[in-house]
Design a protein around this ligand. Structure first.
Ligand code: EPZ
Length: 429
């Protein structure tokens, strides 16, 4: 199994381009199922989760071709309505195929989704909303058997929590439903607005994109379009936290600064200088960060749960004590145990982590427990003295395209050993 080997510490300097957003690409690929002609998606990141979505589309009968960062999806020959369990288990986002597939085929058969272990991740909000739209859903031996032979019908819906995935599923199911759907309490994450933008180009009638109330007027069919995936705000936040943690000076290109405001606000509080310029963001970090008051993860436009781990990692070597509260997932501090191996002083109680900044970290072998936890370990390895070896790299590959290459570009000494620790270090440069 591949590992990443980091020789630290380093000071990150230079410019890096932010890739297309994973959490936008995945629902966009599911949305392709609704179209009756080919779709071209530009700026698609090369990630294992994207590969899984492609496998699902191909399994259902789509033709999918990649040309550099573009994906060409031809959904005209979609014929299947079953997604195999092994593909469902590979990622949580496989569940967004439910709304699109049921709408396109009038039925869907799939199992409960997998994905990062961040605590229980129920899909009750998805299922309740889809049932209200007219889907008959039966659960049998871990499988969901869904059918809507007479088609779906719009209605008024309200989410008790602004779930990103449930909002996406409702949008996908409602676009071609009969009549109008009004969704109250929708998630407002930029990835939802990107999905609405794409669906609008395909002929969907959606009002309120980016807000908490969405009004979707059903149309009979969607046609393919060309669309550029929005920049990945979480990858951008991760680069910023890495620059901050290493006292660096980094410019990000292809970024939407307003999407990352809650993160840049915390980094400014920690002593960093942030300069914005259209689609670029420059961070200049002090030699040592100051602790920050309190960071609390919240649905957008609050501080993103996906940036909690990189931020905590950066604060491990800050001067003073910081507190981070995780409100979205129940078990998103698993990586903290690994940070302790590097010499971090962090105490976690339930959903609160108290980080007592230390003056130095020291390299050690660690294991990435999930995607963002893996990124946190990578950041800590950049700050730590000596060698850090990160196992469980497949988690990192789910959300960061060639992370080691991006960080090497910024001056870090990171390399991947595809065969694991036993293998001799090889630079991929
Ligand atoms: C999306 O997951 C993202 N994934 C996650 O990114 C992100 O952390 C999360 O939104 C929150 O921003 C993708 O977009 C592919 P939710 P999702 O439904 O849709 C509870 C990353 O690292 N809930 O908004 O699964 C749920 O248990 C990942 O890139 C229910 O109770 O998130 C959680 O506590 C990981 N019932 C909370 O809501 C439901 O039916 C937020 O979940 C649905 C959700």
């Amino acid at each position: 199994m591949a590992v990443l080997v980091i020789d630290g510490p380093c000071r990150l300097c230079g410019e890096v381009r932010v890739h297309g957003a994973k959490n936008s690409t995945l629902p966009l690929l599911a949305a392709c199922l609704l179209c009756r002609s080919p779709v071209v998606l530009h700026n698609c990141p090369r990630l294992t989760d994207v590969d899984t979505s492609i496998k699902i589309l191909r399994h259902l009968g789509c033709i999918v071709q990649r040309r550099k960062d573009d994906l060409w999806v031809d959904p005209r020959a979609v014929c299947g309505s079953t997604i195999p369990e092994d593909l469902m288990r590979e990622m949580r986002s496989s569940i967004v195929f439910l709304g699109a597939l049921s709408s396109r085929m009038g039925q869907a058969r799939l199992s409960f989704p997998g994905g990062c272990e961040l605590g229980p991740r129920p899909i009750d909000l998805h299922l309740r909303a889809l049932a209200r739209l007219g889907m008959d859903i039966r659960e049998d031996h871990g499988e969901l058997l869904c059918s809507a032979p007479g088609g779906l019908s719009g209605c008024s819906l309200s989410l008790s929590f602004p779930s990103v995935g449930a909002t996406e599923n409702i949008l996908l199911a409602a676009c071609c439903a009969k009549g109008t759907t009004v969704l109250h309490g929708a998630a407002q994450e930029p990835e939802i607005a990107d999905l609405c933008d794409f669906l609008g180009k395909c002929g969907a009638r959606i009002q309120g994109a980016g807000g908490s109330t969405l009004r979707i007027e059903g149309v009979s069919r969607l046609t393919g379009c060309e669309h550029t995936v929005m920049p990945d705000r979480i990858e951008a936040a991760t680069f910023l936290c890495a620059a901050a943690a290493t006292g660096g000076e980094v410019t990000l290109s292809h970024v939407i600064p307003r999407h990352i405001l809650p993160v840049t606000a915390v980094l400014e509080e920690a002593g960093c200088r942030i300069q914005e310029e259209e689609n670029r963001l420059r961070i200049t970090a002090p030699p040592r960060l100051h602790a920050v008051h309190a960071v609390r993860t919240m649905p957008y436009p609050g501080f993103p749960t996906d940036a909690q781990a990189p931020m905590l990692s950066a604060l491990c070597t800050a001067q003073g004590t910081s507190m981070l509260t995780e409100t979205i997932f129940t078990a998103r501090f698993k990586y903290v145990g690994e940070l302790l191996r590097l010499g971090a002083h962090v105490k976690v109680e339930d959903r609160v982590a108290v980080v007592e900044g230390v003056s130095r970290l020291s390299g050690a072998p660690v294991m990435a427990p999930d995607l963002r936890g893996g990124a946190a370990l990578l950041l800590a390895g950049l700050c730590a003295e000596g060698e850090t070896v990160i196992d469980g790299v497949s988690h990192i590959d789910r959300g960061y395209e060639k992370a080691e290459e991006s960080f090497r570009l910024l001056g870090a000494q990171v390399c991947r050993l595809p065969g694991g620790r036993g293998e001799e270090k090889q630079s991929l440069l």
